[in-house]
Design a protein around this ligand. Structure first.
Ligand SMILES: [Zn+2]
Length: 204
C-alpha cells in the first residue's frame, strides 16, 4: 500500500535512511540554524520534541564536521524543527536549505564562488553530493541557461526534494551571481516518477 505524506512523501521508499551515511556538518547545520533564528528557546523546543536520547544528543552536540552521521537522524531532527520553531512552514524549510548553502560556501570558497559561473557550479554538483552522502549520485546535464539535475540510487524525503534541495540550489545560484535564478522539481519519485529531477534556470 502506498502512503503519501506531505512531509515524508512515500514512506515505503524511506525505510533504510538509517543506513545512508551523511557528513556530520550537514547534521551540525541543524543546531546552528535553530540557534541563529530561534535562539536558545528554539534549541530547547527542538530538543524536547526528539524522541530518543541518541537523536537529542546528535542535535545538541553534533559529532565533528568531518565524521559521518546518518540521514534518518537528520530527518528526525528536521521534523522536530518543522513542527516546532518553523511552525509547519515549508517556506522556512526552503530558506533553511539556502542557508546551508551559505554555511558550505564561506571563506576562501566565497571568493572563488564570485568568479564561478552557474554552469561551472552545476558541473561540479555530483562531486558536492558525494562529499555529503555515501549513497546515491547527482548527475547533471548543464546547458547555457539551465541545468537538469538527476538523483539516482537513493531517495530523499519529500520535504527535502520539494523545499530543502531547491532552496540550496537557489542560494548556490545567487552566490555565483546568476540573474533571476529559478529552481523547479518537475519529476519526483514521491509523485510516481522513477527518480527525482530538478531544473534550474538563470538569465545570465
Ligand atoms: Zn523528489
Amino acid at each position: 500500500m502506498t502512503t503519501t505524506d506531505e512531509f515524508y512523501g512515500r514512506r515505503e521508499l524511506l525505510t533504510d535512511l538509517d543506513r545512508v551515511a551523511c557528513k556530520a556538518n550537514w547534521l551540525a547545520a541543524r543546531r546552528r540554524y535553530v540557534e541563529s533564528h530561534f535562539g536558545d528557546a528554539g534549541v530547547r523546543d527542538v530538543a524536547s520534541r526528539l524522541e530518543t536520547e541518541a537523536t537529542r544528543r546528535a542535535f545538541l552536540e553534533p559529532p565533528l564536521p568531518m565524521s559521518w552521521s546518518d540521514v534518518a537522524t537528520v530527518v528526525a531532527i528536521d521534523r522536530a524543527i518543522f513542527e516546532g520553531p518553523m511552525n509547519l512552514s515549508y517556506a522556512r524549510m526552503r530558506e533553511f536549505g539556502g542557508e546551508i548553502a551559505t554555511y558550505d560556501v564561506n571563506g576562501v570558497y566565497r571568493a572563488f564562488f564570485r568568479l564561478a559561473t552557474p554552469r561551472f557550479v552545476f558541473s561540479k554538483i555530483g562531486m558536492v553530493w558525494s562529499q555529503y552522502f555515501r549513497r546515491g549520485s547527482l548527475v547533471c546535464e548543464t546547458r547555457e541557461r539551465d541545468a537538469d539535475v538527476h538523483l539516482h540510487e537513493v531517495v530523499m524525503p519529500r520535504y527535502l526534494c520539494q523545499h530543502g534541495i531547491p532552496g540550496w540550489f537557489d542560494t548556490m545560484l545567487g552566490l555565483v551571481g546568476a540573474r533571476a535564478p529559478s529552481v523547479r522539481h518537475p519529476s519526483c519519485i514521491h509523485a510516481g516518477a522513477d527518480h527525482c529531477v530538478w531544473n534550474a534556470r538563470w538569465t545570465s
